[in-house]
Ligand binder design. Structure first.
Ligand SMILES: [Zn+2]
Length: 64
């Protein structure tokens, strides 16, 4: 479960994106995953993994 932080020069946001997701992410607000702004850090956009690994990390789902 690797995540990568990416910042484009022309973009004020940092993008936190899941690495090796089922589908590649673009470090942009209109990425297919509809990234959401981090609640605690306003200039951070958090992308959503297609394989739902976030649910495992947060404990919502357990590996079977
Ligand atoms: Zn994304």
């Amino acid at each position: 479960m690797k995540w990568v932080t990416f910042q484009r020069i022309e973009d004020a946001h940092f993008h936190v994106m899941p690495l090796d997701d089922l589908r590649g992410h673009f470090p942009h607000d209109d990425c297919w995953c509809c990234p959401s702004e981090d609640e605690e850090t306003p200039n951070v956009m958090v992308h959503h993994a297609m394989d739902a690994r976030e649910a495992f990390e947060s404990g919502e789902r357990l590996p079977s």
